[in-house]
Design a protein around this ligand. Structure first.
Ligand SMILES: CC(=O)SCCNC(=O)CCNC(=O)[C@H](O)C(C)(C)COP(=O)(O)OP(=O)(O)OC[C@H]1O[C@@H](n2cnc3c(N)ncnc32)[C@H](O)[C@@H]1OP(=O)(O)O
Length: 426
């Protein structure tokens, strides 16, 4: 089942000369108070060779009815490995053209492009929760939102005091390399267990956009700052932040919005959070997105006082299901036959035999054997990064066990010791 654009509409490849047209369409889809001239042209993340517009039959010159793009993640972290994936992004349909099937046609085009490029799955951040499930995307990771009171007690960690601290204006020139290095190392996790979904900013455009500090990004807050913690001269952690000062009768009520807070071990994390939670004139620290099992959840003496909330992080849509299943590792020996349904990409539909020893390469091939478990591609996408339990999906009526005992074994194998999560939104 492949959807076409509405009659008379056509896809059009976009290049960097179309930036203005892209921004016009984008600000129809995502309203912005900023004039288009305030959008930074030199810190633009789009991969133009993967950026496609939709033109309506009655369009004026350059006018777009819709667009989508994707990032080329060559080394997307999956459990125990990395693999190529397409990061769907900048999806927008002009309000004049919505609900006529344009998104549906764009998704089909994107999935076909992923398949042609050898990207076994597509991943995205959803603007609204209800949009992407119908296209076979499963919610594959959550993230934790906190509002930590200033001065919140943290558990002591031996070695934290051995760190030195730099508090500086953030810039790509001064901090780009160290942030990239520490971020990548943090994704390797602990004890040989990586963090699935911990995507690096792999392209120059993504790096430039990450460090962009134009007024558009500030939303009434200060320019970007960075805290770096070092041990023996080696960077061991960093946090980017912006403060906003407010005065109330009782005194200053400033807020610290952090971007990534990343540390290589518990001692560095303790040193970093110690700084963030003790900034003068502030009363609350709000980290943007954190993995649900982030170190800070084990450092806080009173996690409840930090008002924990959970939101959806990455969504995953398997494009080549057997290739994707073989590209990750499993946390227990697995030998299971899956009956997979996929209305949108029928090549995935059928019965697949997945085999792997624990924490070792896997194989997946078509089989005629009777299935142990039956599920739709959306649920397999949800479970793919190890953050959504197949057993919980079965309890919700979304996975069916055909062979007694197979569900427990498969659910244990598909799980992963570190929760998946991406530390930035693409
Ligand atoms: C990865 C990213 O970039 S996320 C960003 C997504 N973009 C936005 O949210 C910007 C604002 N919104 C838009 O641009 C558009 O409304 C879009 C992209 C969400 C939807 O585009 P449309 O062309 O209207 O979608 P389309 O007509 O193909 O809809 C397909 C189906 O999805 C449903 N749908 C579309 N958007 C939504 C939504 N926000 N919530 C729930 N259902 C939705 C439609 O009702 C339709 O269902 P049906 O087949 O049962 O009738």
């Amino acid at each position: 089942m492949t959807a076409s654009l509405p009659a008379g509409h056509r896809f059009e490849a976009l290049d960097a000369d179309r930036l203005r047209d892209v921004l016009v369409l984008d600000t129809w889809a995502f309203p912005s108070p900023a004039p288009l001239d305030d959008f930074p042209a030199d810190a633009f993340p789009l991969a133009w060779d993967r950026t496609v517009g939709v033109v309506a039959p009655d369009a004026r010159d350059g006018e777009l009815a819709a667009m989508y793009s994707s990032y080329p993640f060559r080394a997307f972290p999956v459990p125990g490995a990395t693999t190529a994936a397409g990061g769907l992004t900048w999806v927008g349909v002009h309000p004049q053209h919505r609900r006529r099937g344009i998104l549906t046609a764009m998704i089909d085009a994107h999935l076909a492009e992923c398949a042609a490029r050898g990207e076994a799955f597509s991943a995205l951040f959803a603007a609204e929760h209800a949009i992407y499930g119908r296209f076979g995307y499963g919610r594959a990771a959550d993230d934790l939102r906190l509002e930590i009171p200033r001065g919140a007690a943290l558990r002591d960690v031996p070695g934290a005091d051995a760190h030195t601290v730099r508090v500086e204006l953030a810039s790509r020139e001064a901090h780009g390399d160290l942030v990239d290095r520490v971020h990548r190392r943090a994704g390797l996790g602990v004890g040989g267990v990586n963090r699935p979904g911990w995507v690096s900013r792999e392209t120059a455009g993504l790096q430039a956009a990450f460090w962009d500090d134009s007024p558009l990004r500030r939303a009434g807050r200060e320019t970007q700052r960075v805290v770096v913690v070092e041990r023996d001269g080696e960077p061991r952690g960093y946090a980017r932040l912006r403060r906003k000062l407010d005065w109330e009768t009782a005194g200053p009520r400033g807020r610290v919005d952090t971007g990534e807070v990343v540390a290589l071990d518990a001692a560095a994390a303790r040193a970093l959070w110690g700084v963030l939670l003790d900034l003068d004139l502030t009363s609350v620290v709000a980290p943007f997105v954190l993995p649900v099992d982030d170190v800070v959840t084990h450092l806080l003496v009173d996690r409840r006082a930090a008002l924990p909330r959970v939101a959806d992080n990455l969504w995953v849509r398997l494009v080549d299901a057997p290739a994707a299943l073989a590209a990750r590792q499993y946390a227990a020996d697995v030998d299971v036959v899956l009956a997979l349904g996929d209305e949108r990409l029928p090549a995935n539909t059928g019965t697949w035999h997945l085999r792997a020893p624990a924490f070792a390469p896997a194989t997946c091939s078509r089989t005629d054997a009777a299935p142990d478990l039956e599920l739709d591609v959306r649920e397999l996408g949800a479970a793919y990064l190890g953050g959504t339990s197949l057993a919980a999906l079965a309890a919700s009526g979304l996975v069916t066990e055909r062979t007694p005992g197979a569900l427990a074994r498969a659910a244990a194998a598909f799980a992963w010791p570190l929760a998946p999560g991406c530390s930035w939104i693409f």
